[in-house]
Design a protein around this ligand. Structure first.
Ligand SMILES: Nc1nc2c(c(=O)[nH]1)N[C@H]1C(S)=C(S)[C@@H](COP(=O)(O)O)O[C@H]1N2
Ligand SMILES: [Mo]
Length: 316
């Protein structure tokens, strides 16, 4: 089984450019003999190989999204993962020995098919694809990241939520021995995030298992995180061990920590400021100029209808 680990890079990170990424990746898969393999009994790399790399620039992002990818060094070196420390470099420094094998995910609550899934079984039926998404932190910096993942809707259909399910909650591993940040009461551990079921079912919402065509580095939320590109980054829960379907709105870690600053919805919105700073502009990591922040992070055309009739100043 050819599991690609962060030190088995398809190409040197420094060689990755927005133009060459997919071509290089295809060449890598070819060289590794992985292109076009069937599914049965295959590991992550071979399932990944089945997915057709999309044509450059055909990502289903907002109209103005140009795939000017944020360099690998920044995507994997400038992180928020408070379980490993609160400085941006801490996760890369302190998550290296984090054990992500074996890993399992518990599916609980209002679903017809609850259960505990080994990661391999959780992933097996799903086809991995590349998605280039804008990534916007509430701290007013942003990146453009090529994720490798699959639509969350595919998973949700598989476990069959009951009619009463209205929300999906995600929980990060609780393990203070491995996660030094959890020894301090920075947040009410474990980290919990949640989405409304229709947000979770939206085709832009994915579970990610990789970035830049490789398995997720620990600091980015290995082995499984979710990504919601029209929301601030804190809505994407890393290193998920539990997924629960509920009827009532779950309590989420940031909302509990500071409800005045972090709402449940957390939709990127340049017109609703964070109480301590403006959200009108952002700085893309690697650039000096500040860009205008776009409504719903540039995905308004695809997602605005989810919030029809809602006062987005109230439901921030
Ligand atoms: N478990 C967990 N998930 C988390 C966080 C965290 O501290 N712990 N930080 C969030 C925040 S604030 C952001 S911006 C993104 C950062 O993802 P990245 O480091 O892959 O860019 O992860 C989110 N998910
Ligand atoms: Mo963030």
């Amino acid at each position: 089984m050819h599991l690609r680990t962060p030190d088995a890079l398809p190409i040197a990170p420094s060689e990755i450019t927005s133009e060459s990424h997919y071509e290089n990746r295809r060449q890598f898969l070819k060289d590794a003999g992985l292109l076009g393999l069937g599914i049965a009994g295959m590991g992550l790399a071979s399932r990944d190989a089945r997915a057709q790399p999309p044509q450059q620039g055909t990502s289903i992002g907002g109209a103005e999204l140009k795939p000017e990818l944020t360099p690998w060094e920044d995507v994997t070196g400038y992180n928020n993962f408070y379980e490993f420390g609160t400085d941006k470099g801490d996760p890369a420094d302190h998550a290296q020995k984090f054990r992500t094998k074996p890993w399992s995910v518990a599916v609980e609550g209002l679903v017809a098919k609850p259960g505990r899934y080994a990661l391999e079984d959780f992933l097996k039926p799903h086809k991995l694809e590349d998605r280039i998404y804008r990534h916007r932190c509430v701290e007013a910096w942003s990146m453009v990241i090529p994720w490798l993942g699959f639509p969350m809707a595919d998973f949700i259909k598989r476990v069959q939520p009951l009619g009463s399910a209205k929300y999906v909650e995600f929980t990060t591993l609780l393990d203070p021995k491995q996660m030094p940040g959890q020894r301090s009461p920075i947040l009410d551990w474990p980290y919990v995030e949640a989405l409304r079921l229709d947000e979770a079912m939206h085709p832009l919402t994915i579970f990610a298992v990789g970035v830049y065509g490789k398995m997720l580095p620990n600091q980015n939320g290995a082995p499984l995180r979710h990504v919601v590109p029209w929301k601030y980054g804190f809505k994407s829960c890393k290193s998920i061990v539990k997924i629960r379907f509920t009827e009532t709105m779950p309590k989420t870690a940031w909302n509990v920590a500071n409800p005045g600053e972090y709402g449940f919805y957390a939709n990127v919105n340049p017109t609703v400021d964070h109480p301590r700073w403006s959200q009108a502009k952002e700085r893309r990591i690697g650039e000096f100029r500040r860009r205008d922040t776009l409504m719903f992070n540039g995905y308004a055309q695809q997602v605005a209808s989810l919030y029809g009739g809602m006062d987005l100043r109230k439901f921030y």
